[in-house]
Design a binder for this molecule. Sequence first.
Ligand code: PPS
Length: 575
Amino acid sequence: MSDHLIAPHGGSLVNLIVDDDRSAELKAASADWPSWDLTPRQACDLELLLNGGFSPLRTFLGQADYDSVCTQMRLADGTLWPMPICLDVTEEFAATIPPGTSVALRDAEGVMLAVLHVEEIYRPDREAEAQAVFGTTNPEHPGVGHLLNRSSPCYVSGRLEGMQLPHHYDFRPLRLTPAELRHEFHRLGWTRIVAFQTRNPMHRAHQELTLRAAKEVEANLLIHPVVGLTKPGDVDHYTRTRAYQALLPTYPRYTAMLSLLNLAMRMGGPREAVWHAIIRKNHGCTHFIVGRDHAGPKDRAGNSFYGPYDAQQLLAKYQEEIGVQMVPFQMMVYVEDQSAYMPDDQVPEGARVLNISGTELRQRLSEGRDLPEWFTFPDIVKELRKSYPPRHKQGFTVFFTGLSGSGKSTIANVLLVKLLEMGGRPVTILDGDVVRKHLSSELGFSKEHRDINIRRIGYVASEITKNGGIAICAPIAPYDATRKDVRSMVEEGGGFILVHVSTPLEVCERRDRKGFYAKARAGIIKEFTGISDPYEEPIDADLVIDTTGFTPEEAAQEIILHLEREGYIGPESES
Ligand code: PPS
């Protein structure tokens, strides 16, 4: 069938899925086998092991292959392979699976995907692995951070039998395995195929680049974005895939195809580029585009871990051995006076070059500002705007913190009414007392219980925020670290405004609306915030309001003005 297609790495396409009879046999035998619940990364790796995306690998690496991959970029038999693919498990689990044990590998729902017949367990030197594979032990590198801080210390290997591929319910027709893609290429008569790897939305620069690459080597184009695990903070794959689908009609008819790759990236720059090329070879591609700083992360200060063309250089060394031809590309930039894109090393001297960075793009989306036609396509903007609406259409949380009796609930209720009066978004109030009645009735006031209480509020607020609503929370929330956790949880899906109601203890105590302060002083109520329990003043509050000199209405108005300034409340006509 695939006579004219490129041979997979190692000569033949691995397929580890057993037949139905064997699968039934394994399932029946597995009742008393230990189970390992795969991490998201391991589930991605397993999928590509089972379907041959990682050919010639037939299982997670054993020690001989692992050592050789780390130091030589080759398997023990000499085959080029740049990335360790390992099954890491905890010490406790490793102690229960001596060689000879069969382990059921399960997905997050508990479905058995494969069986690993354990042959060896070893304890890698993960620092040495980081240095060898990523060229650094700095945990700000996402691949290193994962390896040193989130992976488990024991690696397990042995014969692997697949029962089923992990199931994906999204974008089914776009998730083609290496065998399915090869079949499709054969059907279409495509033999020269250039693959484009991406983890970002594609705009005109990428479209120009891929089109030029395809023309240059006279090949068809496979847009092959990674939808497994990419870099934290990347645009989610649902949005990206809709954007790729919107891009497809901009290519000449029948020359480009889109397929999704459930790969867990490591952001390993040069080694990652070699790995990506091998994976694309397994998917039937003959050419592979490598741009500037391929799969290269930056540290917190914004410095790249790799040189901009390191990945191209390393792949250039191995392309012949792999048999996939690299199509190297400079960064494409827009030259204004020529109204055209060109590689940045071909820009005439003095020409004005335009570019919009990822950060600038997000900024423009959140402010609802224009995205110029030279930068991207209207249909792509439409998709991005759906997922990244301007701030005045996003959800947000106003989180009050302050002592009992400081005025949190009163201001929160005024704010609620004012936001309801404006309309546009649903508003939910999560007041301290109300939450303790409905969500946290079993909790007391120890540090542990207060933290659970605040995390529950934070979780509910983050769900409301993510879905475009407004949450107003008004607990005491005395601990800084817990408030910070809530902030980061909420900010994943919208805005978070911390309001410190800083009314001094003397004033709160003088008011003593509920009589609690008197009881606390008398020792009748224990662990009372401000009297016999701590309150950590926030230093990260977005607003500080002392109600000693403010009416609740004035205080609420301050918050409204802040929301307006930050863009959360927009012009009436647009809400
Ligand atoms: S926390 O610390 O954020 O979990 O507290 P919270 O859920 O906001 O609950 C505070 C309300 O519970 C009443 N109450 C106490 N507060 C503080 N310390 C102790 N020991 C305590 N016991 C009961 C008090 O009425 C608080 O309500 P507000 O509205 O803040 O006055």
